[in-house]
Design a protein around this ligand. Structure first.
Ligand SMILES: N[C@@H](CCC(=O)NCCCC(=O)O)C(=O)O
Length: 265
């Protein structure tokens, strides 16, 4: 936990970064969308800290200081070497530095019990980190529809609009948030879960069978992944807001338990 400006103690939430080239010299930077920072400052009610894609060496030093972890979306894709998949088609964006950071970070966070919310690419990383595989272009698979949003779609309102409904597992945390067993979601992805990792339980499906949400089965705390983007619409979507609020409460509870355990030492 860290002290906010008004003296309130708030959970410190790690946000994964991508390596992106930009700036005057188009050199590599570690970057994450402002939408994740806003979600942490808003419904999560935490303090955001960006986690550079600095590799596995970052993990032991940073993880003990985090009260929660958000794995962000990105146009880049998990390198197929991590799940023994075929090489990507020419021109498919990758981010090996991010992979080398988030995959061990996910495993370590789950082992430690740090609450984890994985979004889109992060959802796919969660599956790969735990031994699952990915389909690289689900729109090319029989019976599946196109889940991507054209990258030239300039209208943000269309880019992040609800694109399809998902079916939720009755009684799941998402179903309780949604107040039912279906939920409209946005959709900005080409890849998806092929083989589900053994430790994951699917809890939402698109009409074409694409897995859209998972829960980690053998951890007591909050450990969820969603293929859609709640960070885009939490200010007007109660379910997106509720997902972040639930994650924030889990981070606060985790921090309180950790503090008590440290005090007892
Ligand atoms: N690249 C993966 C994951 C897709 C994803 O995270 N989309 C969000 C993009 C947001 C942005 O433009 O940064 C896939 O295509 O499946």
């Amino acid at each position: 936990m860290v002290r906010d400006l008004d003296g309130t103690m708030k959970p410190l939430i790690g946000i994964s970064c991508c390596v992106k080239a930009f700036g005057v010299f188009n050199t590599p930077n570690h970057a994450a969308s402002d939408s994740y920072v806003r979600a942490v400052l808003g419904p999560v009610d935490g303090i955001p800290v960006l986690l550079p894609a600095a590799g596995e060496a970052l993990v032991p030093g940073i993880l003990p200081r985090l009260d929660g972890l958000i794995l962000t979306g990105s146009r880049s894709n998990v390198c197929p070497d991590h799940y023994q998949g075929p090489a990507h088609a020419e021109g498919t964006p990758e981010d090996p530095a991010r992979d080398s950071t988030t995959l061990p970070l996910i495993r370590a966070a789950l082992a430690a019990g740090v609450p984890l919310l994985a979004i889109c690419r992060g959802f796919q990383e969660l599956n790969v980190a735990l031994g699952g595989t990915l389909d690289q272009r689900i729109q090319d698979l029989p019976g599946r529809f196109d889940h991507s949003t054209p990258s030239d779609q300039k209208l943000a309102s269309l880019r992040v609009a609800k694109a399809h409904a998902v079916r939720l597992t009755p009684g799941s945390a998402l179903a309780k948030l949604a107040g039912g067993e279906t939920l409209p979601v946005n959709s900005l992805h080409n890849q998806g879960i092929a083989k589900l990792a053994p430790r994951l339980v699917a809890e939402a499906w698109a009409p074409d069978g694409t897995i859209e949400a998972v829960r980690v089965r053998d951890v007591p705390g909050f450990a969820l992944g969603v293929q859609w983007h709640p960070e885009y619409d939490w200010s007007q979507d109660a379910v997106s807001r509720g997902l972040f609020e639930t994650f924030g409460r889990a981070a606060k509870d985790w921090a309180a338990r950790l503090h008590m355990a440290q005090a007892a030492e």
